[in-house]
Design a protein around this ligand. Structure first.
Ligand code: SF4
Ligand code: SF4
Ligand code: FES
Length: 329
């Protein structure tokens, strides 16, 4: 047993947030959820947080621990002390990107509504099977494993940079579910789905590829990888909406082009080249101005860009791949 300080961001309904600290005698092998229970049971019964299974199953206890979305029942006190910038202290706050109802409890309405927006059910037509089960091969079922693991905890949504600046973006949880349905051989609405998810703001192209969702997901859904699968599906089929007709292809081309130029993506140029089509699409340029302004206000717009170490080698690899694919044609 040792003494650990827990700094908890608290907030009454309609009140202002403030930090309160609790010093606990706790075994470092216990979880952050054990610590919260100890505070609630023995120090302050008014502390509010969600929990249920205590086993990384229900997804209820997602919160921000030491600045990172995580499940309180999955993180040990020992591991979080090792992560903490303040010695012997663990900071706990509510999930990001969702309004606080009280203390660590957030209002998940947006999260659920955005999940509903991707039509997260196998299409009705496919389910009308009167005589027998709709069988899948083990290989087809395996394609659903990663996205099927989602416990809808909200950790990815709370950490998503795109959600923070673009309220229309449906979020990594919803797009992971979308990918699961696109991959499901029982679903008969794939073209309609790909058309729906092929949207620059709400759909897959709204993702800024920040990788946060992959980093924080407690069960290995890897939402960014799932989003990439949907993009591949869109690119492999004829685009539907005429205005967006070239945009998905441009998205891929500009991504390669910028990585070739600098070793990684210069986000200052990305939107202008993809959405604005290098200033040829005036409506596109105009459409991203509000997003750019929100990024600047939140300090998320990169003012400078430095090429990555080894960018010349990266460019050489890309050039070699491009040449070999041209030769193969
Ligand atoms: S994708 Fe992962 S982090 Fe996001 S809601 Fe599902 S389980 Fe939670
Ligand atoms: S990679 Fe995309 S979906 Fe995932 S957290 Fe970043 S912006 Fe959101
Ligand atoms: S209490 Fe169920 S996931 Fe943590």
């Amino acid at each position: 047993m040792s003494t650990t300080t827990f700094a908890i961001r608290r907030q009454a309904p309609q009140g202002d947030p403030y930090w309160q600290t609790f010093a606990l005698e706790i075994d470092p092998g216990q979880t952050v959820l054990d610590a919260l229970n100890q505070i609630k049971w023995y120090h302050d019964g008014t502390l509010s947080f969600r929990k249920n299974c205590r086993n990384t199953i229900c997804g209820s206890c997602a919160m921000t621990i030491n600045g990172r979305s995580a499940l309180a029942c999955q993180q040990s006190v020992r591991a979080e002390l090792a992560n903490s910038l303040t010695p012997n202290q663990i900071a706990i706050a509510p999930l990001g990107n969702l309004p606080v109802l009280r203390d660590l409890v957030v209002d998940m309405t947006d999260f659920w509504q955005k999940l509903a927006a991707v039509d997260p059910y196998v299409s009705t037509a496919a389910r009308q099977i009167p005589e027998r089960e709709f069988l899948q091969s083990p290989q087809d079922r395996d394609k659903l494993n990663a996205a099927g693991n989602c416990i809808l905890c909200g950790a990815c949504y709370g950490a998503c940079n795109a959600v923070e600046v673009n309220a229309a973006f449906v979020g990594p949880h919803a797009l992971a579910k979308a990918a699961r349905l696109v991959a499901d051989t029982r679903d008969s609405a794939t073209p309609e789905r790909l058309s729906q998810y092929n949207n620059a703001e709400s759909g897959v192209w709204g993702c800024t590829r920040c990788f946060n969702c992959n980093t924080v997901c407690p069960v290995g859904v890897a939402p960014l990888d799932r989003i990439s699968e949907v993009k591949q599906g869109i690119l492999a089929t004829a685009p539907v909406a005429s205005r967006n007709q070239d945009r998905p292809l441009r998205h891929r081309q500009v991504l390669v082009e910028l990585v070739k130029e600098g070793g990684w993506v210069d986000e200052r140029k990305f939107g202008l080249r993809v959405v604005g089509n290098r200033f040829r699409d005036v409506a596109g340029v105009t459409s991203i101005i509000p997003l750019g302004w929100r990024l600047v206000r939140r300090g998320k717009f990169p003012l400078r860009f430095e090429k990555s170490a080894g960018h010349a080698q990266i460019a050489a690899v890309i050039t070699a791949v491009q040449r070999s694919s041209q030769l193969a044609r």
